[in-house]
Design a protein around this ligand. Structure first.
Ligand SMILES: Cc1cc2nc3c(=O)[nH]c(=O)nc-3n(C[C@H](O)[C@H](O)[C@H](O)COP(=O)(O)OP(=O)(O)OC[C@H]3O[C@@H](n4cnc5c(N)ncnc54)[C@H](O)[C@@H]3O)c2cc1C
Length: 452
């Protein structure tokens, strides 16, 4: 296989170095690893087609690889596999400020795109904690701290180009803000975790950088009060641009990891974006009132743009802060999302359950979207208990009408919840997979548990 790949694509694009194989058989959150047979660095859709055709003819799997920052085991090879790395397809092809539109190759990362957009006064809002690739973000339907205002990948990818399992290069969707034309296959590919097609190009929606930004840091005595405060803001219809919950353990870890001195109490980070100072002042004044009523015991604001950036960096680093606090442990993340009014109750349940099960971890998340994470730091002995915790939390979220995963995807880890979450719709998902990839070349064994 390796010789055939080299014949087909040239030596420069194929790697079998041990470090490359290891780096492509793992992600940032799943405990197991496995090496692919080879890594191919694709430089064009034609390279992708060639690999898919060769793999299909030789019963090999192909797993697209973006930045490798996913968390649920979706990059792990389960049979002889070619890892198809898209990082060399990293050109920003077009920027159209007048249409708030950019066209990028799949390997462009979110930070790379935003660096380029700054001079236009524009930005791409979807911000998972890691500097992920746009192709990988589309493949997992990523979201982040600004999704409460600007939406996630479904809302911000207008069209995409993908190479299908049979090698055909196809464009899905049109680069417009609305369309009612035909079946929405663009949105079917978004969130498909490399199981339906390899995304090679994206038409993405841009937003003007807000003229006025105001950030509040609001402290509470209990995490339940903080969650209730977040709900109060959403229920009042305030146009928050970011609304994040961080518990005291996560703040303690951030303080230690980044040498900061934030008060170690449950915290809400609230941000408003507006075009005039008056609007932003009115919104934050109303928010402060609601948060005081909800039990806020302290409040301050980020005074400068630098302080604001440092604060969001700290939020994004919360995962690594916890990992550094407990070196050598295994980390198990949950990612439940529930209807908004149910979020405070689920946060309270998660905290109590963690205490009852004597697990070490923290709670943080995008509570304005009803989505939060628990991150359990477990010793090898505690890991089965952490899995039990995750199962109980997801079961409760499903009972409340929610989902096992608001943004990280299914991968391998969450396949066990698919039947309970989707019921008969799972059989329709299997039919879709069969129609798109009858030979099972694309990331087989992920997302959909086997019918047996
Ligand atoms: C510290 C930290 C914080 C995070 N915070 C968030 C968060 O707030 N929100 C969030 O949504 N996620 C978050 N994540 C998870 C991760 O960053 C996202 O899942 C991200 O979208 C993955 O992108 P990637 O480029 O790294 O994809 P990869 O990890 O390389 O791949 C992920 C999946 O997509 C497939 N894939 C990759 N590229 C393509 C392509 N071009 N075509 C088709 N399939 C493809 C892969 O086969 C795999 O199944 C976080 C991760 C870390 C480590």
């Amino acid at each position: 296989m390796v010789n055939r790949l080299i014949e087909l694509l040239g030596k420069d694009k194929v790697s079998v170095s041990q470090s490359d194989l290891e780096a492509h058989g793992r992600d940032e959150g799943y405990p197991e690893t496995a090496k692919p047979v080879a890594v191919v660095y694709a430089e064009s859709p034609q390279d992708v087609s060639a690999v898919l055709e060769l793999a299909a003819a030789n019963d090999h799997a192909v797993i697209p690889f973006g930045a490798g920052t996913s968390l649920e085991g979706s990059l792990l090879p389960l049979k002889p596999t070619i890892s198809l790395d898209l990082t060399r397809m990293n050109r920003i092809l077009e920027v159209h400020p007048e249409d708030f539109l950019a066209v990028v190759e799949a390997g462009v990362t979110r930070k790379q795109l935003n660096e380029r957009l700054r001079r236009e006064g524009l930005f791409f809002p979807v911000d998972p904690g890691a500097d992920a690739s746009l192709g990988g973000m589309a493949a997992t339907n990523a979201s982040g701290t600004t999704t409460v205002r600007y939406g996630g990948m479904h809302q911000n990818v207008l069209a995409l180009e993908a190479v299908m399992a049979n090698g055909e290069v196809v464009r899905f969707g049109r680069p417009v803000r609305k369309t009612s034309s035909g079946y929405d296959l663009k949105d079917l590919l978004i969130g498909s975790e490399g199981t339906l097609g390899v995304i090679t190009k994206l038409w993405v929606k841009l937003h003007p950088l807000p003229a006025e930004v105001h950030t509040l840091r609001v402290y509470f005595e209990s995490i339940t009060d903080a969650a209730r405060g977040a709900y109060a803001l959403m229920a009042a219809g305030l146009p928050v641009a970011r609304l994040e919950l961080v518990d005291e353990q996560a703040i303690a870890a951030v303080n230690r990891h980044l040498n900061r001195s934030y008060p170690e109490k449950p915290l809400l980070l609230v941000e408003f974006h507006s075009s005039t100072p008056a609007a932003v002042a009115a919104e934050s004044e109303f928010a402060e009132e609601l948060l005081r009523d909800a039990g806020a015991v302290g409040m301050d604001t980020a005074q400068t743009a630098e302080e604001r950036t440092a604060q969001w960096e700290a939020r994004h680093e919360a995962y690594w802060a916890l990992v550094h606090m407990y070196p050598g442990r295994e980390y198990l993340l949950t990612d439940t999302a529930v209807p908004l009014s149910k979020m405070p109750g689920l946060v309270e349940y998660a905290q109590k359950l963690m205490q009852e099960m004597q697990l070490t971890g923290n709670i943080l998340g995008h509570v304005g979207d009803g989505n939060f994470h628990t991150i359990i730091a477990a010793t090898a002995e505690e890991y089965p208990r952490a899995e039990e915790f995750s199962k109980k939390l997801v079961t409760r979220a499903l009972e409340l009408g929610g989902t096992a995963t608001g943004e990280h995807g299914i991968g391998l880890r969450k396949m066990k919840f698919m039947e309970a979450e989707h019921g008969p719709a799972l059989a329709w998902m299997r039919r879709v997979k069969q129609a798109f990839d009858p030979a099972g070349v694309l990331n087989p064994g992920k997302v959909l548990p086997s019918a047996e």
